[in-house]
Design a protein around this ligand. Structure first.
Ligand code: FAD
Ligand code: EPU
Length: 340
C-alpha cells in the first residue's frame, strides 16, 4: 500500500484544482484492501474515497485521508445464451473496460465509451451517455462497508439507480468503498442508435449497418468534438444535471420560450437541456475569475486559468441564479462538491 503525507491532489482531479490531503493511501492489491479494511477507521467527515477524480470539485483540503482504489482486474465470470457476466475491480479504467469488452466480442456497453474515471465510481451516479445508463447493464456491486470492514453485495434492485443517482451517491454517501462491479453484456449485438446524432455520425463514417465497435467509434468521435478534453483544460464534464420536469411545467415553459429542447423520459416527466438554459442566459464562453463556461459546451465549467474550487463554485452559483430568475428552474450540480 502506497502512503504519502501532505499530498497534492492537483493531478488527481480532472478540474486540476490545487487541494491537499493530509494523507494519500493507494490500494493496489487485494491484500492492501484487507489491511485497509481491518486497520483503517474511515471518517466520512474527514476522509474521502477517490477514483479518477473526474466528477469531483475540491473547494477545501482534505484534512484526513484520501483513499485511492487502484486495484486492477477484469474477467468473464459466465458466458451463456442469456448473456455474459463480466467482473471488473474498482481500480479498472472505465474506458479501457469498454474497449476490452468489445475486444471479447461483447456489446451493450459501447454507447458508454470514453467516459473518464474508474469502474468503481461508475455505479455512484449511474453513469450514462448516448441513450444507455450503467443501470441497463449492471448485475451487482460489491462494497466494503467502511463502518465495519465487511464485504457486502448489492444486486441491481438494491442500488436505487436513477438518472445520475444511486444509493451510493445519496442515502448511503460515504458509507461504502465500491470494490468491484459485475455487468451483464451480450454476444448478440443490438445497436442502440436512438440518441440524436449517432446515426448521422455513422453515416459520415460511411457505415450503414454498424458493429458494436463502430458504434463505440462514433460515440468517441462525437464526444471528442463536443466536450473539452480535461487534459487540455480542466473540467468535470457536465457540471449540472438536466432538470426533470412535469408535463404541466413543460407546457407552461413552452408557451413562453420557443425552441425549448424537451426529451420525454416517462409518462409525466420530461428532461430539459441544462446547456440550452445556460446558453440562453448568455453564459456560454463567459469567464469569472479563473473559471469559465466552456465555449464548446455550455454545461461544462472549465478551469481556464489556475482557478480555485471556490471560483468554480462561485461561477456555478451565478449560473444557477440566472437560470432560476429567467426560467424558475433550479439546477442541481452533478459532481461531488467537497466543501465545508
Ligand atoms: P471520482 O470523480 O473520483 O469520484 C466521484 C464520486 O464517487 C466521489 O464522491 C467519490 O468519493 C466516489 N467514488 C469514486 N470511486 C469510488 C469507489 N470505488 N467507492 C466508493 N466511492 C467512490 N459522467 C457520465 O455519467 N456521463 C458522461 O458522459 C460523462 N462525461 C464526462 C466527460 C468528461 C470530460 C468528464 C471530465 C467527466 C464526465 N463524466 C460523465 C463524469 C465522470 O466521468 C463520471 O461520473 C465517472 O464515473 C467518475 O469516475 P471517477 O473514477 O473519476 O470518480
Ligand atoms: N446544447 C446547447 N448548448 C450547448 C450544448 C448543448 O443548447 O452548448 C443543447 C442542444 O439542444 C443539444 C442538447 O443541449 O441538442 C443536448 O446536448 P448533448 O447531446 O451534448 O447532451 P447534454 O444533455 O448536454 C448529457 C449528459 C452528458 C452525456 C451526453 C450524451 C447530463 C447532465 N449530461 O449532456 O454527460 O455525455 O448527454 O448522452 O445528463 C456528464 O454527465 O458529465 C456528461 C458529459
Amino acid at each position: 500500500m502506497k502512503r504519502t503525507f501532505n499530498a497534492s491532489l492537483k493531478h488527481l482531479n480532472s478540474f486540476a484544482i490545487e487541494a491537499r490531503a493530509g494523507q494519500l493511501l493507494e490500494l493496489e492489491t487485494e491484500h492492501d484492501l484487507q489491511v485497509f479494511a481491518t486497520d483503517f477507521q474511515f471518517d466520512p467527515a474527514h476522509d474521502l474515497i477517490l477514483g479518477g477524480g473526474s466528477n469531483v470539485l475540491f473547494v477545501r483540503d482534505i484534512e484526513g485521508t484520501v483513499v485511492l482504489n487502484r486495484i486492477p482486474g477484469k474477467k468473464i465470470i459466465t458466458d451463456s445464451k442469456d448473456g455474459v457476466l463480466v467482473e471488473a475491480c474498482g481500480g479498472e479504467n472505465w474506458h479501457q473496460l469498454v474497449l476490452w469488452s468489445l475486444d471479447q466480442g461483447l456489446s451493450g456497453i459501447e454507447n458508454l465509451s470514453l467516459i473518464p474515471g474508474l469502474a468503481g465510481a461508475a455505479p455512484m451516479q449511474n453513469i450514462g451517455a448516448y441513450g444507455v445508463e450503467l443501470a441497463d447493464l449492471l448485475d451487482s456491486v460489491q462494497v466494503l462497508d467502511l463502518e465495519n470492514g465487511g464485504l457486502h453485495e448489492f444486486v441491481h434492485s438494491d442500488c436505487q439507480f436513477a438518472y445520475r443517482d444511486s444509493r451510493f451517491k445519496s442515502t448511503d454517501a460515504g458509507k461504502y468503498l465500491i470494490t468491484r462491479i459485475r455487468l451483464r453484456l451480450q454476444r448478440e449485438f443490438k445497436a442502440n442508435l436512438g440518441y440524436a446524432g449517432l446515426t448521422e455520425e455513422l453515416q459520415v463514417m460511411g457505415v450503414d449497418i454498424p458493429t458494436a465497435k463502430q458504434v463505440s467509434q462514433a460515440v468517441i468521435r462525437i464526444r471528442r468534438r463536443k466536450l473539452p478534453d480535461p487534459h487540455i483544460i480542466g473540467n468535470a464534464g457536465s457540471f449540472f444535471k438536466n432538470p426533470v420536469i412535469t408535463q404541466s411545467t413543460a407546457d407552461m415553459l413552452k408557451m413562453e420560450f420557443h425552441g425549448l429542447p424537451l426529451y420525454r423520459v416517462a409518462e409525466d416527466e420530461l428532461k430539459l437541456s441544462a446547456a440550452w438554459l445556460i446558453e440562453q442566459c448568455g453564459w456560454k464562453g463567459r469567464s469569472m475569475g479563473g473559471a469559465a463556461v466552456s465555449d464548446q459546451h455550455a454545461l461544462v465549467l472549465v478551469n481556464k486559468s489556475n482557478a480555485t474550487g471556490s471560483e468554480i463554485l462561485a461561477l456555478a452559483d451565478a449560473i444557477g441564479e440566472s437560470v432560476q430568475d429567467r426560467f424558475d428552474i433550479k439546477l442541481q450540480p452533478e459532481p461531488r462538491i467537497v466543501r465545508s
